[in-house]
Design a protein around this ligand. Structure first.
Ligand SMILES: NC(=O)c1ccc[n+]([C@@H]2O[C@H](COP(=O)([O-])OP(=O)(O)OC[C@H]3O[C@@H](n4cnc5c(N)ncnc54)[C@H](OP(=O)(O)O)[C@@H]3O)[C@@H](O)[C@H]2O)c1
Length: 309
């Protein structure tokens, strides 16, 4: 199994993602353009934040064409051009529409291909390092119905063809079950991106399977998301107590727990704030004692969280 090194300039240490050395602390770009109840971040401010991402040593950026109708990708292109300084991980499986709902499933193999081509255009790249297939079989998010219920093997065959053609370097899975991951393993899976955090732990068995197969575990909603109504890591009493004890922020405690919990975890916390970004980049310096880890491990023991892992 790959052991993350503590490379000095890689916040949180390093992981080899589809052959690219990346800092274990990455960045999710969704908050730049999709903030519930808030407008998108001003473009100049967003580009300044993206530049700060790289200054902080963060090398892994998560995005999607459907984040703001290509706007997140556009910002990334404007910030970095086609530089390989950053490892871009995008996702396919949905399309952005205006109404009546913001996202529709786009799961058919030809739709996955079209979405990757759209990502390449908006990112201004010849190749995307990693693309996640975002399945829509279960919450959270859209559920595929009718002809959008597509066989996983057909999707994997299309993604493998795109990899052979060089349009993508590797692929991963998002929002999948343990059984789906097991089914997909022979295709070569670089990473898994499911909803998971200190308050949503039902993906533990999948995390273990990823770890055993040297697959990166790069969960979405690592802080519980910006969406109202979902459990928030920063509201947990054990998190607040640990933050006070250590003199760090509750978000930092939640993210530090994830980093320490499993060596194959890559963080992609989303933020629209440079100050929060800097806090998140600093969590590699936080060490949680065995005692604190045990107290934090107990946070979601009530089993109330829902996930599909
Ligand atoms: N595959 C999928 O289906 C899927 C779904 C959703 C998201 N994603 C990806 O996963 C990434 C992470 O998920 P997410 O952004 O939805 O949720 P998240 O990272 O769990 O939480 C984002 C929220 O946390 C806040 N936050 C971040 N750092 C903070 C800090 N240091 N202190 C206080 N608040 C902080 C942000 O507010 P501020 O902006 O104020 O910092 C924002 O409200 C996304 O950006 C996206 O790239 C993938």
């Amino acid at each position: 199994m790959t052991t993350p090194s503590k490379a000095a300039n890689r916040p949180g240490g390093e992981w080899l993602l589809a052959g690219h050395p990346v800092a274990r602390i990455g960045y999710g770009a969704m908050q730049l353009v999709e903030r519930p109840g808030l407008p998108p971040v001003d473009a100049d401010d967003a580009i300044a934040l993206l530049h700060r991402v790289v200054e902080l040593g963060i090398t892994h950026i998560d995005t999607a064409e459907f984040y703001g109708h290509g706007t997140a990708n556009d910002l990334i292109r404007r910030a970095f051009g086609d530089s390989d300084e950053v490892v871009i991980v995008s996702k396919v499986g949905a399309n952005r529409v205006d109404a009546p709902v913001p996202l529709v499933a786009a799961q058919k193999p030809q739709e996955l291909r079209a979405s990757i081509e759209a990502n390449l255009r908006s990112l201004g790249r010849d190749r995307i390092a990693v693309v996640n297939l975002r399945r829509a079989d279960a919450q959270p998010g859209i559920i595929a119905t009718g002809d959008q219920v597509v066989d996983l093997d057909d999707q994997l065959a299309e993604l493998a063809a795109l990899r052979d053609e060089g349009l993508i370097g590797a692929f991963g899975l998002s929002n999948v079950s343990l059984e789906q991951l097991q089914q997909a393993l022979p295709a070569g899976i670089a990473c898994v991106q499911n909803s998971y955090s200190l308050v949503e732990r039902s993906g533990e068995r999948m995390l273990d399977l990823c770890r055993a197969n040297d697959i990166a575990w790069a969960p979405f909603f690592p802080l519980g998301s910006a969406f109202p109504g979902r459990p928030k890591v920063v509201e947990q009493p054990a998190v607040l107590a640990a933050a006070q004890q250590l003199g760090v922020t509750p978000s930092q405690v939640g993210l530090a727990w994830m980093l320490q919990h499993a060596p194959n975890t890559l963080l992609i916390a989303g933020t629209s704030s440079i100050a929060h970004l800097e806090q998140n980049a600093a969590i590699g310096d936080i060490t949680l004692s065995d005692d604190l880890m045990a107290q934090l491990d107990a946070v979601s023991a009530d089993g109330k969280q829902t996930s599909i892992g």
